[in-house]
Design a protein around this ligand. Structure first.
Ligand code: NAD
Length: 495
């Protein structure tokens, strides 16, 4: 009998008002039904926003360090439940157990960071230009935060948004992706057990059109924090723009790793494999382009192919598995379509390019890790986000050409350069158009206390992670106190 899950709205667990449901299944084994979830709509969103607005009245007045103490407790609970969360997350979305442990650890780090940050809401006081007058600033919560998340980091990404939002004193309405509703539920249980006031966190399950859109368009939601595709991000930005609503967008990527002739090739291969095929290539920071200098190109490609062929596909909760399934059949078709486009464009496919269906793999959505060489930068497979285990290799003559190819994309999230030349390293850090640049490390591996996000079509200038996330969820307020006992007019009285 499949477990029945509920929404959490207005301080209680409940079904969708219209009683509709949807199923969620293990992408490594379609016969494994994880649960039945409420398929909510605008009515449920309205209830959730109303409850959050009510909760905000009191939550905003709780001293920030006390909210931080709750974050500390939440971090402790996540530590206790880490393995259980990770096992279920692997079952729900497919990436291997060590990676879901890492995903959960990122949430733990974010909780402890929030505790520290709650005592550091620094806001400058500066001298007034007038006598007997004080000028200072403070940061205030915004109100109701709408949090809309993707499925590929089902614990880490919601914590990046919800923990700072709550620590700043906002109430939250959270919509997890419909491929990962169980992990979203586990997070809300922890928030409640940690002491977040029940109405301050609301969970509404459902699709982007039935739950995400009404949340974005709700007049009583003050800030939307969205992570997902650039296509959806653009639509949400338009809706928020009409309402002058604050929005932070963390969107797609087409990340490149440069490998120069002076690089440690073993290290560069380790990085490329992890960056391209970790999380089955389904990371916004996945390495999807390898930009390799011609003198080392052939050797690098041989080494990459040999190592890729050894990767073991399977259910991520089983020992020894390197690569899990992709998230669902729709995504597998998109990946395969890109592979066919790549072949038509004249790229050379070295391995993969097929559904993996041997033995138990036939039960899930597995796709063979795929490498293309003879790729040029203008090809569709070198430009568009594939979001699967497909990597393209582009041969370049020089370091300048490598930087120019790396920048030749609409996106600008992560980037990496393997070189032992310090001058190249510093030029790369200066000239690459991306929010994140790694030297001698793969494009993936963000740390929770540093800003995370990208330039160009990857976002709209906000950064999650670290202290910058707190900017998203708070408003500056400027305070003047005049104790002169007379009317002082700024500027004019200065003459
Ligand atoms: P998606 O854009 O399809 O969905 C993301 C979320 O938005 C889901 O919860 C979905 O239900 C919801 N949604 C869909 N349509 C909506 C609408 N019209 N209004 C409101 N909400 C809507 O993305 P996905 O497939 O879940 O995730 C993969 C994408 O996310 C990739 O493009 C990846 O690069 C990106 N991503 C970016 C980051 C980052 O930090 N930059 C991190 C992870 C994933």
């Amino acid at each position: 009998m499949a477990k029945k899950y509920q929404n959490f709205i207005n301080g209680r667990w409940c079904d969708a008002i219209d009683g509709e449901t949807f199923e969620n299944r293990n992408p490594a084994d379609r016969d494994d039904l994880i649960g039945i979830f409420p398929k909510s709509n605008k009515k449920d969103v309205d209830e959730a926003v109303k409850a959050a607005r009510e909760a905000f009245k009191e939550w905003r007045l709780v001293p920030a360090p006390q909210r931080g103490q709750i974050m500390k407790k939440i971090g402790d609970l996540m530590v206790q439940r880490k393995e259980q969360i990770a096992r279920e997350m692997t079952r729900e979305m497919g990436k291997v157990f060590t990676e879901t442990m890492g995903d959960t650890q990122e949430g733990i780090d974010t909780a402890y960071y929030a505790d520290g940050e709650s005592r550091r809401f620094f806001a400058p006081s500066v001298p007034s230009e007038l006598p007997n007058k004080v000028a200072m600033t403070t940061r205030q919560p915004m109100g109701v935060a709408g949090v809309i998340c993707p499925w590929n980091f089902p614990m880490a990404i919601p914590t990046w948004k919800i923990f700072p939002a709550l620590t700043c004193g906002n109430a939250v309405v959270f919509k997890p992706a419909s491929d990962v509703p169980a992990t979203g539920t586990a997070l809300v249980e922890i928030l409640l057990d940690g002491g977040v006031p029940p109405k301050a966190i609301n969970l509404v399950h459902g699709t982007g059109s039935t739950v995400g859109s009404p949340l974005v368009e709700h007049p009583d939601v003050d800030v939307i924090s969205f992570t997902g595709s650039s296509v959806v991000g653009r639509k949400i930005a338009e809706a928020c723009g009409r309402d002058l609503k604050r929005i932070s967008l963390e969107l797609g990527g087409k990340n490149g790793q440069i490998v120069m002739d002076d690089a440690n090739l073993e290290l560069a291969i380790d990085g490329a494999l992890w960056g391209a095929f970790g999380t089955t290539g389904q990371r916004c920071t996945a390495t999807s382009r390898l930009i390799v200098q011609e003198d080392v190109h052939d050797q690098f490609v041989d080494m990459l192919l040999e190592r890729t062929k050894k990767l073991k596909l399977g259910y991520g909760n089983n020992e020894g598995v390197d690569v899990g399934p992709v998230i669902n059949e729709g995504q597998r078709k998109i990946i395969h379509n890109y592979v066919q486009i790549g072949q038509k464009e004249g790229a050379r496919m070295l391995c993969g390019g097929q559904y993996a269906t041997d033995g138990d793999l036939a039960k899930g959505y597995f796709y063979k890790p795929t490498i293309f060489t003879d790729v040029t930068s203008e090809m569709c497979i070198a430009q568009e986000e594939i979001f699967g285990p497909v990597v393209v290799v582009i041969k370049v003559k020089s370091f300048d050409e490598a930087i120019s190819v790396l920048n030749d994309t609409a996106y600008g999230l992560s980037s990496s350069v393997y070189t032992n030349d310090v001058n190249r390293a510093f030029r790369a850090m200066r000239d690459i158009e991306a929010g994140i640049t790694y030297i001698n490390g793969p494009t993936i591996g963000a740390e929770a206390h540093l800003p995370f996000g990208g330039v160009k079509d990857t976002g709209n200038g906000h950064r999650e992670g670290g202290w910058t996330a707190y900017e998203i969820f708070s408003e500056w307020k400027t305070l003047y106190v005049d104790f002169s006992g007379k009317l002082q007019r700024a500027q004019i009285d200065n003459q």
